[in-house]
Design a protein around this ligand. Sequence first.
Ligand code: ATP
Length: 199
Amino acid sequence: MYKLAITGGIGSGKTTVSNFINDNYDSVYLFNADKESKSHLKSSLSIQHKIINVFGPSVTVNNKLDIKKLAEVAFSDKINQDILNGIMWAEVFILINNKIEECQKNKISLFIVDAAMIFEAKLNNFFDSTLLVTAKKEIRLKRAEKRHNISLEQIKNRMSLQLKEKEKEKLADYMIQNNEDLDTLYKNIKDFYNTILPS
Ligand code: ATP
């Protein structure tokens, strides 16, 4: 089973790429780290308690963890983000490993993790390869603005906490530039897929 990480900054198009591969090829399992970590957080009282212990009442409403307040605190500065990531990544890594075991038993050919922070979490060497989806900053801002229900200011802030594109380019095994239309993106994805898993 080939293990692939698909990463990129906010609004780059990494989820579009991951979904395209998942929808168009057989025997693929897609693990969306953002979605899985959110649902894990919602269902795990012990992680919620850990987070409340660290950040205190700034992340609670009526003594319960409030996800919106947590996002505001976690994306307000690098230290807070690193603390939260330290708690969440350890958990997400366990979820990924469990899923990998299950997929191996089910003879899945390609296991994909879609995650913004692969390099920041130093998880890149865990995979057979990493694919960086990248686009010009103005384009990423426009796309992210369309998709996320947050202000341009907040998007810029989140972007500033992510590793710079140039640094990611140095670390990535493969790269797809996503500055054009969706048809161009789909063609580039097919070329990429044929490179890593030629038929
Ligand atoms: P985030 O980190 O913000 O979740 P992402 O990197 O996963 O973002 P996507 O969700 O894949 O990015 O894409 C962001 C938005 O841009 C989506 O609405 C998607 O449909 C759109 N998009 C992606 N690529 C293109 C493209 N080449 N042309 C037009 N729209 C695009």
